[in-house]
Design a protein around this ligand. Structure first.
Ligand SMILES: [Zn+2]
Length: 334
C-alpha cells in the first residue's frame, strides 16, 4: 500500500495559512471518502435526477447514463490518495472525514456501517496526521448502534459524531441523547447535515432549529451545523449567537456562492464559522485549491476582518473543537 501523503509538498498559489514551521495549517472540517461504498445507489440516483432536471430545463438533454457516469467519476478515490494530493496543493493540513449512516434509511446500501467504519480506519491510518473521522450511527439501530459508536471511538480513536437528519430523525430527538452522553463523556463534537439533500431522503427533519434543545441540554457538547452559509443562513446565525456551543461549517459555497460566508463574518461570528469543502461533492466544479482561493477573490472576507479572525476560520475554531477529546489512544491494528 503506497504512502502518498506528505506535508511538505504544498505549493499552491492558494491563499493558504502557514504555521511557524512553514507547513500548512488549514483544517477542512467537512469531507467524505469519495467512493460508491459510502453512498447507496438510491442516494446517488436522486442526485442524478436533480442534475438531469437542471440540464433538461436548460435545453441540454443529456442521456441519463452519461450524467450517472459523470457522477460516478467523482467517486473514484476510496483510499483518499487524490484528496491528500489536492489538500497538499491547497495548503490544507488536515481534514475531517464524515461518515454518515445511510444504512437504516436506505436499505440498498452496499456496505454495513461496521464495514464502513473499518474502511475509514484504513484510510485514516494510511495517511498519518491528515484525517480525523466523525462516525455516524443511525440512532434507530438502538443499543447495538450505541455500542458500535462507542467502540468506534474507543477502539479506532475516531474524533466525533456525524448525523444525517434527512434519514428521518431530528437533532433533539431523545433517541439521540445516549449518543450525546457519550460525546459529553469523551469530549467529542457533533456535526449534522442541515437542509435538503438527495431526493431519496427528507428535508423537513434537517432544519437547524431542531439543534436548539439538544444544545441546551448538552452545553458541554459542541454542535456544528453543516452548510450553514448556504442553507438557512439567518437561522444558523441566530443559533450561533444564541448558544456558545453551536457552530456552522461553510461547505456548499462552491455552488451557492460566498455571500452567506461574508454575512456570517459581518455578524461577528468569526469564532463560530469553520472552513469546509464537502469533498467530493463539488469535484466537477473545481479543485480544492481553487475553492480556497475563491473565498478571497469572491469577497468572503470583509475588509475589517483581521488576520487573527481569518486564522480562527481556517484552523483555530476547528483546532479548539477537536482538542477537547478525552479518549485513550486507540488499540493498534493487528
Ligand atoms: Zn457532506
Amino acid at each position: 500500500m503506497g504512502e502518498e501523503a506528505g506535508r511538505s509538498s504544498s505549493s499552491s498559489g492558494a491563499d493558504c495559512q502557514l504555521d511557524v514551521t512553514g507547513g500548512p495549517t488549514i483544517i477542512d472540517f467537512h469531507c467524505h471518502v469519495a467512493s460508491g461504498m459510502c453512498f447507496p445507489p438510491s442516494f446517488s440516483a436522486g442526485v442524478v435526477d436533480n442534475a438531469l432536471a437542471a440540464l433538461h430545463a436548460r435545453g441540454v438533454p443529456m442521456p441519463r447514463a452519461k450524467v450517472a457516469g459523470m457522477h460516478e467519476a467523482t467517486l473514484d478515490d476510496p483510499l483518499c490518495d487524490r484528496l491528500v494530493a489536492e489538500m497538499d496543493d491547497a495548503g490544507i493540513a488536515e481534514a475531517v472525514l464524515l461518515l454518515p449512516d445511510f444504512t437504516y434509511a436506505l436499505r440498498d446500501s452496499t456496505h454495513t456501517i461496521e464495514e464502513l467504519i473499518a474502511h475509514h480506519r484504513t484510510v485514516r491510518d494510511r495517511h498519518p496526521g491528515r484525517f480525523r473521522v466523525f462516525v455516524g450511527v443511525d440512532p434507530r439501530w438502538g443499543a447495538d448502534g450505541l455500542a458500535l459508536f462507542e467502540n468506534a471511538i474507543l477502539q479506532h480513536g475516531f474524533d466525533g459524531m456525524k448525523l444525517y437528519p434527512p434519514c428521518g430523525y431530528r437533532l433533539s430527538d431523545k433517541i439521540l441523547y445516549p449518543f450525546y452522553d457519550l460525546c459529553s463523556t469523551y469530549g467529542l463534537p457533533v456535526l449534522s447535515h442541515i437542509g435538503a439533500t438527495s431526493p431519496a431522503l427528507e428535508a423537513e427533519p434537517a432544519q437547524p432549529i431542531f439543534v436548539d434543545r439538544a444544545a441546551k441540554d448538552f452545553p458541554d457538547v459542541d454542535f456544528v451545523l453543516a452548510h450553514g452559509s448556504v442553507n438557512y443562513v439567518e437561522e444558523c446565525a441566530m443559533l450561533c449567537n444564541s448558544r456558545p456551543n453551536i457552530h456552522v461549517d461553510v461547505s456548499g459555497y462552491e455552488a451557492g456562492g460566498v455571500a452567506g460566508v461574508a454575512k456570517l463574518f459581518g455578524l461577528g461570528l468569526h469564532h463560530k464559522v469553520l472552513f469546509a469543502t464537502d469533498w467530493p461533492i463539488f469535484r466537477m466544479q473545481g479543485r480544492q485549491a481553487s475553492f480556497v482561493e475563491r473565498l478571497t477573490t469572491e469577497g468572503a472576507f470583509p475588509e475589517t476582518m483581521t488576520d487573527r479572525e481569518r486564522d480562527l476560520f481556517f484552523h483555530g475554531n476547528a483546532r479548539r473543537l477537536l482538542s477537547k477529546k478525552r479518549v485513550p489512544a486507540p488499540t493498534p491494528t493487528p
